[in-house]
Design a protein around this ligand. Structure first.
Ligand code: NAI
Length: 342
């Protein structure tokens, strides 16, 4: 098969280290990829470019698919999140984040297999913030019929295609009657088109309690932007933490794959970050290309990688966050070694 050009954004913080590890594993898996490397975030600023350079956006528009490392966002000041800008600029409206127990990773729960689907373009992340008068600031939560409908439709289609049984919406429509009200109105409307999938609504505060008591009772979780962001990190805690939860941001014929976690400044530059979340995002990317472009060879590479990390984890080899002692690159090397027998 011919090489597929894919955009690679290393990001900053732990980003360059984990992307190097993931590239190594992908190469060993036999995936025929030619990386088109582009910068974003602090890395781009260091190179004298904009925080989200136009040439990075253009490359993703051209090649349709990117694998992205995390990008730092300054807190309480400075530039708007590169991640939010990217998702909006490319209209990557569906964030999908599978949260599953992994063999070899012991956690309090053993039956977690849920998929978080987060609306990725509006809500409180619309960036409409202003000072009304000195001492009074305002942030606007935006919901549109179009975005609420399409994310619900995406979630139900995903559920049906993956043989999932239930979609649960977490909301706060008792308080935010218009915005969250519109979100559940559209979800209900779409649920009517899917008799084969159970539909459930839970007010998010009670939903959080039910989630931490028994995450195994949930299947697909459908959330607006902010709730999806928060619940993703919370759910990561069920299965071993942010080092093992992958993600994809999907739009119309374009997709950017990235881990749920951020740039982890507390461990950056120490070669101790877990590259698995980004590697699992890359596996999602390979499967996406197999589905959308018929690249069966990518499906085979994805399977090899999955078998390799399952075996390595089962043998007790892992990075510090999972209780192991391997560094980022050493963990990647263990996966490469293991793939020789698969
Ligand atoms: P974070 O996800 O970077 O880190 C939270 C905690 O998890 C830290 O203790 C970190 O060491 C640990 N952690 C994260 N990834 C890990 C990995 N692969 N292996 C081992 N441990 C890992 O979240 P935080 O600290 O809230 O944010 C740091 C920066 O990242 C901020 O500027 C934030 O805006 C940005 N961010 C970027 C995202 C993206 O690029 N998509 C997503 C989330 C945050």
């Amino acid at each position: 098969m011919s090489k597929r050009k894919i955009v690679l954004i290393p990001g900053d913080g732990i980003g360059p280290n984990i992307t190097a590890a993931v590239k190594k594993v992908l190469k060993a898996s036999g995936a025929e990829i030619e990386w088109v490397e582009r910068s974003a975030g602090l890395g781009a600023l260091d190179e004298g470019e904009d925080v989200l350079p136009q040439r990075t956006l253009d490359a993703i528009k051209e090649y349709k698919v990117a694998l992205k490392g995390p990008c730092t966002t300054p807190i309480g000041e400075g530039f708007i999140s590169v991640n939010v800008q990217l998702r909006k600029a490319l209209d990557l409206y569906a964030a999908v984040r599978p949260v599953r127990n992994l063999c070899g990773v012991k956690t309090r729960f053993t039956d977690v297999d849920l998929v978080i689907i987060r609306e990725n373009t509006e809500g409180l992340y619309s960036g409409v913030e202003n000072t009304v008068t000195p001492g009074v600031v305002m942030s606007m939560k935006v919901a549109t019929e179009k975005a609420c409908y399409r994310i619900s439709k995406w979630a139900f289609e995903y559920a049906r295609n993956r043989g999932r049984k239930k979609v649960t919406v977490f909301h706060k429509a008792n308080i935010m009657k218009l915005t969250d009200g519109l979100f559940i109105k559209k979800s209900r409307e779409v649920s009517g088109e899917y008799d084969d999938i159970e539909y459930e609504e839970i007010i998010i505060d009670a939903g959080c309690m039910k989630l931490v008591q028994d995450p195994g009772r949930f299947d697909v979780l459908l959330l607006e932007n902010l709730y999806g962001d928060l619940i993703s990190d919370l759910a990561a805690g069920f299965v071993g933490g942010l080092g093992v939860v992958p993600g994809a941001n999907i739009g119309v014929r374009k997709a950017v794959f990235e881990a749920v976690h951020g740039s982890a400044p507390d461990i950056a530059g120490r070669n101790i970050a877990n590259p698995l979340a980004l590697l699992m995002s890359a596996v999602m990317m390979l499967n996406y290309l197999a589905d959308t472009e018929g690249r069966e060879d990518f499906c085979a590479s994805a399977d090899r990688i999955k078998q390799a990390y399952n075996k390595v984890l089962e043998q007790g080899m892992s990075t510090l966050d999972l209780g192991g002692s391997l560094g980022t690159q050493e963990f990647a090397d263990a996966l490469v070694d293991r793939m020789r027998d698969i």
